[in-house]
Ligand binder design. Structure first.
Ligand code: A3P
Length: 345
């Protein structure tokens, strides 16, 4: 009798245990990814997607997992055919600006279930050798995606390279172009810091920022210095405007992306006609890094590499003031052209 009761109790406990584990797994899936998968369908009108009925959420969740594997470059020809994967030319490109926060922007947009990022900078349009390989070469560099997703790549050198606007126009005259900018003097110092770090790694010495940014003969801002020239955003944008109307550009405030990323990302979602799916859940502040990091689901999160968010060297305040004064009129023109005022000093 006692033995029978014990067996009955064990069976009950087993059933209850399975129920608890099942519920927990359901919650993990729901909080972690199902919510993020929903949005693929609402953008179908824009990007020619399939109907929601053809992509039940659970199937999509499974497919996202597979896609993650394929992104590592493991997709065989059979898998590509079986899962209907494609390598698509980008529908949007982050064209710059170097040190504006281009990597953070790309990674954060990749949180959106309808977006697939090209992980590497492809440098197709700014590098003559690559460009000569043709558009199929470029397409083959793109990650695998489902047809209803959009591919985004970033190569910050595009913004400042003479030939690029015409070349991109020839590929797709209606492409969407994202430019992420930071306060020009801060960006120039960040640019300098990256080069300095490269020199130090090779045990080389390098000039101080002040020496490069200010012409010692005239004591004026040295416009031959690349880090200064890159920060004259309006000059570069004007070249692009010979090919694309201003409506095809969206300006991202890189300084705000650092401190308050969500509203900036929501503006990009709107610009790309994507349903708003990136939420505060996907972004958490990491006090050790001093930056926002990315949360894809309850299990998977990541911060950007340590090379993003370097400590800048101290720069003589009079040089900072001089540079800010120099950039001021260019900034005003930039606000005027783009319709986005950024209140830089
Ligand atoms: P600093 O290194 O000057 O701080 P890019 O990717 O275009 O090279 O830009 C690098 C910049 O991205 C960094 O410049 C950093 O400030 C900025 N950034 C913005 N959001 C970030 C994030 N969440 N994590 C790390 N860096 C971020």
């Amino acid at each position: 009798m006692l033995f029978k009761q014990q067996a009955w109790l064990r069976q009950k406990l087993l059933v209850l245990g399975s129920l608890a584990v099942g519920s927990l797994l359901y919650l993990v899936a729901r909080v972690g990814s199902l919510d993020r998968l929903q949005p693929i369908c609402p953008i179908e009108g824009r990007f020619g997607a399939r109907s929601q009925a053809e992509f039940p959420l659970r199937a999509l969740q499974f497919k996202r997992g597979l896609l993650h594997e394929f992104r590592k470059g493991n997709a065989s020809k059979d898998q590509v055919r079986l899962h209907d994967l494609v390598q698509q030319l980008p529908k949007a490109i982050i064209i710059g600006v170097r040190k504006g926060g281009t990597r953070a922007l790309l990674e954060m947009l990749n949180l959106h279930p309808a977006v697939v990022k090209a992980s590497q900078e492809i440098h197709f349009f700014d590098n003559d050798e690559n460009y000569a390989k043709g558009i199929e070469w470029y397409r083959k560099k793109m990650p695998f995606s489902y047809p209803q997703q959009i591919t985004i790549e970033k190569s910050p050198a595009y913004f400042i390279t003479e030939e690029v606007p015409e070349r991109i126009y020839k590929m797709n005259s209606s492409i969407k172009l994202l430019i992420i900018v930071r306060e020009p003097t801060t960006r120039a110092i960040s640019d300098y810091t990256q080069v300095l770090e490269g020199k130090e790694r090779k045990n080389k010495t390098y000039y101080k920022f002040e020496k490069l940014a200010i012409d010692p003969n005239t004591c004026e801002v040295n416009t031959k210095y690349k880090a200064v020239r890159t920060s004259i955003y309006t000059k570069h944008l004007e070249r692009w405007l010979k090919y694309f109307p201003i409506e095809q550009f969206h300006i991202v405030d890189g300084d705000r992306l650092i401190t308050e990323p969500l509203p900036e990302l929501q503006l990009v979602e709107k610009f790309l006609n994507l349903p708003p799916r990136i939420s505060q859940y996907n972004l958490y502040f990491n006090a050790t890094r001093g930056f926002y990091c990315l949360r894809f689901n309850i299990i998977f999160n990541k911060c950007l590499a340590g090379s993003k968010g370097r400590i800048h060297p101290e720069v003589d305040p009079s040089v900072v003031t001089k540079l800010r004064k120099f950039f001021h009129p260019f900034n005003q023109k930039f606000y005027q052209i783009t319709g986005r005022t950024l209140n830089w000093p």
